[in-house]
Design a protein around this ligand. Structure first.
Ligand code: HEC
Length: 149
């Protein structure tokens, strides 16, 4: 019985990883949803709608940085035709240009992570300085490498 429970637990544990590897479109969309959530949290604090805390600023920046570093790994050939994707075929036609857009994104998130230090940006002005350049990269990438469906 104990063995069976352990085996069942192992199967449950392994399945999400298999799903992620098999579904790059769902993975890259989930990464972008986390980017949007972190941008929303940062924007809310910048506007004063959400009370600022350095820990929240740090969480937003760390998740943006992880997203920028991992996002580019989920664009295998052929996935431009997958149902539900808004990735533009330009990503595959101009892979050097897309790599440059990703590099711009991760340069901005990396600089923010570095500037935010161990405890996160000290105040809202420090958050604005760190996150502003990251928010500026959303539109320029989407305009070229995303299609509206
Ligand atoms: C380097 C390019 C790039 C950058 C920078 C970028 N995105 Fe995206 N984003 C994409 C692509 C490509 C898709 C389409 C993914 C798909 O549908 O397969 C996307 C999709 C999205 C989606 C839709 C996710 C879904 O569930 O379909 C949201 C929301 C989003 N991005 C928000 C943002 C925000 C906010 C920022 C800036 C903080 C940002 N993105 C920066 C390329 C980028």
């Amino acid at each position: 019985m104990k063995k069976f429970v352990l085996a069942a637990a192992a199967v449950l544990f392994v399945m999400p990883a298999v799903q992620a590897a098999d579904d790059p479109v769902a993975t890259r969309k989930a990464i972008m949803q986390s980017v949007a959530a972190s941008a929303g949290l940062s924007g809310g604090m910048m506007k004063g709608e959400i009370a600022y805390s350095p820990a929240a600023g740090k969480a937003a920046i760390a998740s943006l940085n992880a997203a920028a570093l991992s996002f580019g790994a989920f664009f295998p050939a052929g996935s431009e035709a997958a149902p539900g994707t808004t990735a533009s075929p330009k990503i595959w036609e101009d892979s050097a240009g897309f790599a440059a857009a990703l590099a711009k994104f991760s340069a901005a998130t990396g600089a923010a992570a570095q500037a935010s230090g161990k405890d996160g940006p000290a105040d809202v002005d420090a958050l604005k300085a760190a996150v502003g350049p990251i928010l500026a990269s959303c539109k320029s990438c989407h305009e070229v490498y995303r299609v509206q469906k």
